[in-house]
Design a protein around this ligand. Sequence first.
Ligand SMILES: [Zn+2]
Length: 381
Amino acid sequence: MNQGIPIARIAGIRISAHWSVLVIGAILAWGVAVGVIPPAAPGTPALVAWLVGAGAALLLITSLTAHELAHSLMARQRGVAVEGITLWVFGGVSHIKGDWGSARTEIVVAVAGPATTFVLAGLFYAIAAVLDAVGAPALAVVVAWWLAMVNVTLLVFNIVPAFPLDGGRILRGILWARRGDRASATTSAAVGGRVFAFFLMAAGVIDFLLVSDIGGIWLVFIGWFLETASRAEVQGETVRHVLEGVTVSDVMSSNPVVVPGWITVELLVEQYAMRYHFTTFPIHDIAGRIEGLVTLRGMKRVPGPQRSRVPAADIAMPLAQIPTAAPTDLLTDLLPKLGPQSDGRALVFDGDQLVGIVSPSDVARRMQVAELRSEPPRAAA
Ligand SMILES: [Zn+2]
């Protein structure tokens, strides 16, 4: 999922919407207009029911935003970097960029969301009760009541100890605090995530087969999404654990062979690719400045007959596209920046001096070496 289009900024936190939030908005509006209003307020004109349904959907999405905002604000207050919030088909996601730092921080950040949902559920319940007591129209009462009920459902769903849902994060935080070992806490908490994910998928399939209810498909999707998220968290944790304290200079290939950008691809292949074991060559301009990076793959893409005419600079990835790092930077900070735009590579500069290249094979090698030793490269704190 990309980050979506920015729609608001609240207390300095950027809130964006992915197009798929329209899907959940439409389903909610439809559910209220067709399923909730007619039985409670018979005779409501369809147009009014749909308008009220849309308003209720908007209020619910606002509730989800408040939930995420609580996570994000608490994270920021505890010194964890927050990129923003994205609203999408499964509700909201807070993009937490920084590391949790401590079990306590993870617990309080995880608790903040469900606590907000709890308050909202109580608030909507009180509004419904007051509206009912003063004899307000059934239409208003049922909408407030529906908002309270959906928030209660979300609350229950959120506090199931299924990592990485909020309840699972609270569980991991507690295990982490008790054992003093974040990696083992993650592995344990992830079991809850996978069990709940398979339960949701199985319930969804049974529901679909027995009742042929669309809601069943929805459960399967949520289960599948949870299972994927849980697995990704465990993988991320393994990488973090194994690479803890490893710096860019620990893994980089030093003293890369820098090539003049104006030589032909043919010369590049004969004089450099054949002679050195590198798969990547930085190129420099006439003034000696690094201007990009050529890869063996890029050379292969130039058809044989054209290699004597095309200059190396023409097949290079421009510098702006390539992530850079300093030798003392942590590898775990660089990893998220490596992507297909640079073929998974980064250039390492000490000041303005190019001192190395990091490639996917360098990282993979380091991971394997770390796994060979039974303990992480530098003991986890
Ligand atoms: Zn949450």
